[in-house]
Design a binder for this molecule. Sequence first.
Ligand code: SAH
Length: 347
Amino acid sequence: MDWMNMTEQQISETLSSFGAPSFRTKQVMEWLKRGVRPADMSNLPKSLREQMASIPFGGASIFQKYVSQRDGTIKYLFSLEDGNIVEGVLMRYSYGNTVCLSTQIGCKMGCKFCASTLEGCIRNLTPGEMLSFLAEIERDEPSEDDKKRTVTNIVLMGSGEPLDNYDNVVTFLKRVTSPDGPHISPRNISVSTCGIVPKIYQFIDDAPHVTLSISLHAHNDETRSALMPINKVYSIDKLIEAAHTYADRTGRRVVFEYALIGETNDSHKDALLLAKKLKGIMCHVNLIPLNPVKERGLKGVSREHAYEFCNWLNNEHISATVRREMGTDIDGACGQLRRRVLNDLSR
Ligand code: SAH
């Protein structure tokens, strides 16, 4: 066990085994909530801090940082205590700041367009590590207004498949939304999945107030299975049925992510068939012009074409928008920065 992943009771028991009085628990929890390591917990006696340092901290540190000159987006590489590194991003919008966090180191889902999955999944991230990414970003980029937080929104869209690390992600969501923790509104949190259908049903009960984002990327099994191996396990109709149930049971609009891939899923006919599949579901389609990954050999589309595809959907009364491009000068698609840096380090 490490500090960032202990429950209040475990913290209290550990501190009492060090001979510390019970009021220390609250102090330590306050620090941990902000991702502060024992050595820097300035209101604790030095001897206690030294005792605490005998247990791993379990959090992340900022390893590298890249700031976009175009829009202020910041891409972080975090290092973890076992030496792994993983990405996170801070994006600035007019309504607030969004962080994009990873849930696994690598990914085992094997999507054909994605850089994060090229070397498989190394391990799951712990709830404490995910909380620590948030705390590190807030410490690195404090809000100019003291009373406000830097981060208002979270998307679990970095590397990894959140529903393949189900328990840790649900624990993270509970802690990050808790009034005793960062207290981010679940309505401001999106969880993106490639479509692990049974876990989507479980998620209805475990996290009903977040936004579920489903990476669809195709309107039929043939194309989807070619792009996303998970579709061979759970067909597109089963996935859409789960999304429909999620929307009906939670009252929350489901977001479908659709990466536009040249000559693969981007024709007028594709738009019409996609609209037909989604009819009657409370949903929104987020169109993403594919960010071509060097190793993958799939084509992107122009932004003009993405807007055209968007109009085709809108004409069929499907709510859709083209995702804004952020930080295009500091990296490419998700997982690319980590790969580039790992390659550079191993040279
Ligand atoms: N595993 C989760 C979340 C991580 S990926 C999921 O599949 O949803 C976050 C989003 O980025 C997903 O919609 C994914 O399909 C998309 N994505 C991955 N690589 C991409 C690329 N090269 N271009 C555009 N979108 C990409």
